[in-house]
Design a protein around this ligand. Structure first.
Ligand code: FAD
Length: 525
């Protein structure tokens, strides 16, 4: 049965041409899920959030279980034709990382967007919370918003987040999963106890620190190269009820980064009061006030940003949050005040709000709905995400925020530091060689009419200029959510980890069939 997958694909096509053909192609493949060649399924799987690349798969597979995923990958692995297979979480990559040309996309999320919610379909396992042990088991394609909703039913929640929750567990664990909690809890990949993974030979393996540890570490941050995550066991903590969310402004970069670094250093002092979330962003133009990170500045805080800075100047916004329970509500003001006292922001620039924990975590979704209503969500996104060593962040500010950017940005620019000791050095993710490093994220959009934002060509070129500048200035950045097209660039990215990365690939995906959209390895027949 070497070509069962190819044969199934042919039958799927025949069924479209000859409706009523009395054969179920899934029987041939031995799966419960469904393989679809319907353009309504194939087209969305050819695209992603970036809207910058397009690769059409032969078919989209909707699995019902980990066994289905294993069966499909095994069929691809044993096929005598090279047949790539890519897991697609929620397709929120920027440069086609979850796409695969002439292969099969395994649609892991329960997404309606990719069609398929027919009445006969069964679904992958629902999240299961182990409240005494404080962890939960979730399907690899589960969206973080659903993970949150399930855990909150038990008064528990994951510790480490991304800013946006409509991303899949497998998708963020294949990168790192970072947000303002990372300084304290580490990235999402540091908050996973165990995984079930279908490796590129079609075997389903459980891995953890103690069981198949090499696979466990390789898969975390592994860009989908070694296997498809079908289950993750995620660490939980008691869920806070409310959040005090504060923004303060700086015109002085070193005061801004000094305060950010002070705040993230508090994690190392047990018992010491600290904020639970530390992020920040750069404001080079007032246009930012109208974009998706800035709803905060709207009334009842009707303050003009320009009142804080001379024309043409750059402002920095520190964004911090403190979680609390209603039972301790009376002390929250004092706690926040005493933490703020030690900071050096512009004293008249404190913006504060108080909201439910759930609403805080899901904050970006509100902006998404707003942008969608204006037709500004499904547009090209030439994003650039960089990890920058602390020792070079001031130079980066001079050269990029105050230099290359000019006075328009076409989207938010996030900047926040993280502690490297909260990252597992044995994982696949690459970060700078310093104890503290920053994320700088240029989250640009290109509007359809081309008036509200700069053009795609302009922004793409600016991203190149930023990378060139870093190279020439000797700033050893690492791309987060990396995108390269040449193997030499990947070798540079992984540095001394490259040989190990290749060894893991040989062991777990010898035919190089997995996640080919990352463009790291070429086919191995
Ligand atoms: P996809 O785009 O579907 O897949 C990404 C990669 O992972 C592909 O190579 C794919 O093959 C692989 N993959 C997917 N599922 C699996 C699986 N189950 N097993 C193995 N491999 C798999 N990131 C952050 O860290 N922090 C943020 O705050 C953040 N905010 C974001 C906000 C928005 C609006 C967007 C669009 C992205 C954001 N990201 C953030 C980036 C995001 O984490 C990554 O793009 C992530 O890969 C998206 O998840 P996804 O489920 O859409 O993955």
């Amino acid at each position: 049965m070497e070509n069962e997958l190819l044969l199934t694909l042919v039958i799927c096509r025949l069924i479209i041409l000859i409706p009523g053909l009395p054969i179920d192609p899934m029987d041939l493949l031995g799966v419960d899920g469904k393989l679809s060649v319907d353009p309504n399924n194939v087209e969305p799987a050819s695209l992603d959030f970036g809207l910058l690349t397009r690769s059409q798969p032969l078919a989209v597979f909707h699995p019902n279980s980990a066994q289905d995923v294993a069966q499909l990958v095994k069929a691809a692995y044993t096929s005598n034709r090279w047949l790539p297979v890519s897991a697609r979480g929620h397709g929120h990559s920027i440069k086609g990382q979850a796409q695969t040309k002439n292969g099969v996309v395994i649609q892991m999320s329960r997404s309606k967007e990719v069609g398929m919610l027919d009445s006969v379909r069964k679904y992958p396992p629902q999240p299961r919370v182990w409240s005494r042990e404080r962890y939960m088991d979730v399907w690899g394609g589960e969206l973080w918003i659903d993970v949150l909703n399930s855990s909150l039913e038990y008064g528990l929640a994951p510790k480490s987040w991304t800013d946006y929750l409509y991303l899949s567990v497998g998708g963020t664990l294949s990168n790192a999963g970072i947000s303002g909690q990372t300084f304290n809890h580490g990235p999402q990949i540091s908050n996973v106890h165990e995984l079930d993974v279908v490796i590129g030979k079609g075997e389903l393996l459980t891995c953890s620190e103690n069981q198949n540890p090499e696979l466990f570490h390789a898969v975390l941050g592994g860009l989908g190269q070694f296997g498809i995550i079908t289950r993750a066991r995620i660490s939980l903590e008691p869920a806070p009820q409310r959040v005090r969310w504060i923004r303060v402004l700086y015109s002085d970069f070193s005061a801004f980064t000094g305060d950010q670094e002070h705040l993230i250093s508090l994690h190392a002092q047990p018992g010491c009061q600290k904020f639970d979330y530390v992020e920040g962003f750069v404001i080079v133009d007032e246009g930012l006030v109208n974009n998706w990170r800035s709803s905060f500045f709207s009334p009842p805080n009707p303050v003009k940003i320009s009142s804080f800075v001379a024309t043409g100047g750059v402002l920095y916004c520190l964004e911090i949050a403190k979680n609390y329970h209603e039972t301790t509500a009376e002390t929250i003001d004092q706690e926040v005040e005493s933490l703020l006292k030690k900071l050096n922001f512009i004293s008249t620039s404190v913006f504060a709000t108080d909201l439910l924990y759930m609403d805080f975590l899901d904050r970006v979704h509100k902006s998404e709905l707003n942008l969608r209503s204006k037709g500004l969500w499904e547009v090209p996104h030439p994003w650039l995400n960089l990890f920058i060593p602390k020792s070079k962040i001031a130079e980066f500010d001079k050269g990029v925020f105050k230099g290359i950017l000019g006075n328009r940005t076409s989207g938010p620019i996030l900047i926040y530091p993280m502690n490297k000791d909260k990252w597992e050095q044995r994982s696949s993710v690459m970060m700078p060689d310093e104890g503290v490093f920053y994320l700088v994220a240029f989250l640009r959009s290109v509007s359809d009419n081309g008036e509200e934002t700069q053009s795609l060509e302009y922004l793409t070129d600016q991203n190149r200029q930023i990378l060139r500048y870093c190279d020439e200035a000797g700033i050893n950045v690492k791309q987060y959510l990396p995108h390269y097209t040449m193997q030499q660039e990947w070798m540079d990215h992984f540095g001394s980890k490259w040989d190990w990365f290749c060894e893991m690939k040989r062991e777990f995906d010898p035919k190089h069939i997995l996640a080919t959209g990352q463009q790291i390895f070429t086919p191995n027949l």
